[in-house]
Design a protein around this ligand. Structure first.
Ligand code: GUN
Length: 256
């Protein structure tokens, strides 16, 4: 009984290559079975759907992850909707998204799950706190907000059209930055003592990896802050492993 994860990557996006390599490495370290399917940029929708079908029906595979973004000619939604919900360890399938909404879920999307784990392990209570999430993506912002809400936080979602963003972020006891703009969150946007969680994976003006938060500016005033790299990123992979284990246990009929 070995948990198995299939990772599918299409094309040559360099960041995706690094993420996928890290996911494979984590599987190996934990003794999980892993398969990587690297497909060329010009893969057709039919070919990709056929591969997902094959993985859906493969008993060695308990989790299927199709790395996003896909090349432009492929429809993300169509492909994700084709993954069996019980193998959807990213929790991107509408069935799993809906389950998160109602607070009854098997899989939690890996990045928001990693953030919640960091909060828990740092003994930060969410209950009654002002939680502000900057970013409304389906992968991070929206599920992140739901998880904070399920823990009784008062949640505000900000985005590119938010007026007076600074006025909103300054009220946050827990601030999650998931905008994808390097060093976007400055010290004057943060309440002293706030918990600041940086989901960004950006490059600064010198091409160096950095987050959505200007760490050097914000760290002195934050109560707690996550670095990039080495903060949320490794947690995301850990949560993927946890979801794969959950999927495998369900497939093997193991309840605990
Ligand atoms: N691209 C960036 N983050 C993710 C993720 O968590 N899952 C998948 N499948 N693709 C991604």
């Amino acid at each position: 009984m070995q948990p198995g994860l299939a990772v599918v990557i299409v094309g040559n996006d360099s960041a995706s290559q690094v993420y996928v390599a890290n996911k494979e490495k984590a599987c190996t370290e934990l003794g999980m079975y892993s398969e990587k399917h690297a497909l060329p940029e010009d893969t057709t929708e039919e070919e990709l759907l056929a591969l997902v079908d094959r993985l859906n029906n493969d008993p060695k595979i308990h989790g299927i992850l199709v790395q996003l973004p896909l090349p432009k000619h492929l429809d993300d939604k169509l492909i994700i909707n084709h993954i069996l919900p019980e193998k959807d360890v990213d929790a991107f399938h509408p069935v799993n998204v809906g389950k998160i909404m109602i607070g009854d879920f098997d899989f939690v999307p890996c990045t928001p799950a990693g953030v919640m784990e960091l909060i828990k392990e740092s003994d930060v209570s969410v209950e009654g706190k002002e939680c502000v999430v900057i970013g409304r993506s389906n992968i991070v912002g929206k599920p992140m907000s739901m998880l904070l809400l399920h823990q009784n936080g008062t949640v505000t979602i900000c985005h590119s059209r938010t007026k007076d963003l600074k006025e909103v972020t300054k009220k946050a006891d827990i601030l999650v930055a998931a905008v994808g703009i390097p060093k976007f969150v400055k010290a004057d946007m943060v309440k002293p003592g706030a918990v600041v969680i940086d989901v960004g994976m950006d490059r600064d003006e010198n091409g160096k990896l950095c987050g959505d938060v200007d760490f050097a500016e914000v760290e002195p005033i934050a109560g707690a802050i996550t670095p990039v790299p080495g903060g949320v990123g490794p947690m995301t992979i850990a949560m993927l492993m946890r979801n794969t284990l959950t999927a495998a246990k369900r497939a093997f009929g193991i309840n605990d």
